[in-house]
Design a protein around this ligand. Structure first.
Ligand code: TA6
Length: 294
């Protein structure tokens, strides 16, 4: 045991130095493998055994304390989006989480990481007493679940996102189904998604409401399936060329190889949590060679 984890580790889980010397959990389950940084409890890679990576990380990402890692599944909590303090997407993704449990479940590995309020969070723009638990189940699919318990005596609210960066061959060849006919907001406008699969020819930051069932990202040689729980919103983001070039931690051409499909509860669908209550948001990612959009 050491400062990073209270768990005894199965042989399929090792704590190692990741990029930039940041502590990282290397998971090598029978059915799949993943890397999880303790900073932000950030899954930065996952692939089912024998498959190519399903998550994308920028080659230009920073790997240093207190800097967001550009890729994998950033945890946006306790707020999603821009903030008066200038800290976009909250402080969970740059906080040091602790590994509380690690065990093998059949061919999968289950990790539980925990974040509690601290002096730093209690002096932030969201000062509430809380406990966040993040369950990561690594196998032939990847299931991540963020549960937040309100340890204060008052009702609290927050917004959140599991900000998943998917690896695709070329976003211009990708079609997304499962979001048809949903209402969406994009910048200061909005509308209703038409009945056709969503395809990409320009930058997109689209916040859908009401996705149920499975969202399918159909690439040329595989489909990535995303199933959600307790999430009012799905956010689809690709910066395209100009915004990618404006971000120091995002290669100018890398936008072609990624697509964010985020599982979220964002304003106005913020989570309202009475004292002592717990809310859990879940996303499960899996591959399929079959369900492709013609
Ligand atoms: O994906 C939704 C979004 O809010 C985009 O507008 C873009 O800002 C993205 O998140 C990345 O945010 P970050 O703070 O990680 O650079």
């Amino acid at each position: 045991m050491n400062s990073h984890h209270a768990a005894t580790l199965p042989s399929s889980v090792t704590v190692t130095e990741g990029r930039g010397g940041l502590p990282m959990l290397r998971v090598r389950a029978t059915a799949g493998e993943a890397d999880v940084y303790l900073q932000g409890a950030q899954v930065t890679s996952w692939n089912p055994s024998g498959q190519a990576p399903v998550l994308w990380v920028s080659a230009a990402s920073r790997f240093e304390r207190n800097a967001p890692i550009r890729g994998g599944i950033p945890l946006c909590f306790p707020w999603f989006g821009p903030h008066p303090t200038g800290r976009q997407h909250g402080w969970a993704r740059t906080s040091e989480w602790t590994l509380a449990e690690a065990d093998e479940v059949g061919d999968d590995v289950r990790l539980i990481l925990v974040l509690r309020d601290s002096e730093e969070t209690r002096s932030s723009a969201w000062p509430h007493r809380f406990e966040a638990r993040y369950e990561v189940l690594v196998g032939a699919s990847l299931r991540v679940a963020l549960s937040v318990t309100n340890l204060s005596d008052d009702t609290i609210d927050f917004t959140e996102a599991l900000h998943t960066y998917l690896a695709v061959s070329d976003v211009r060849n990708v079609a997304v189904t499962g979001l048809e006919n949903l209402p969406f907001v994009e910048g200061s406008s909005g509308g209703t998604q038409d009945a056709e699969p969503l395809r990409f020819t320009e930058p997109i930051t689209r916040i859908f409401t009401g996705a149920t069932g499975v969202t399918v990202v159909a690439d040329t040689d595989r489909s990535i399936l995303i199933e959600t729980g307790n999430a009012a919103n799905t956010v689809v983001w690709n910066p395209w060329d100009v915004q990618a070039a404006s971000m120091a931690d995002f290669g100018d051409e890398e936008w072609q190889q990624m697509l964010c499909v985020e599982t979220a509860n964002v304003a106005p669908s913020r989570v309202t949590l009475p004292a002592g209550a717990t809310h859990e948001i879940v996303t499960t990612i899996a591959l399929s060679a079959r369900s492709r959009v013609r």
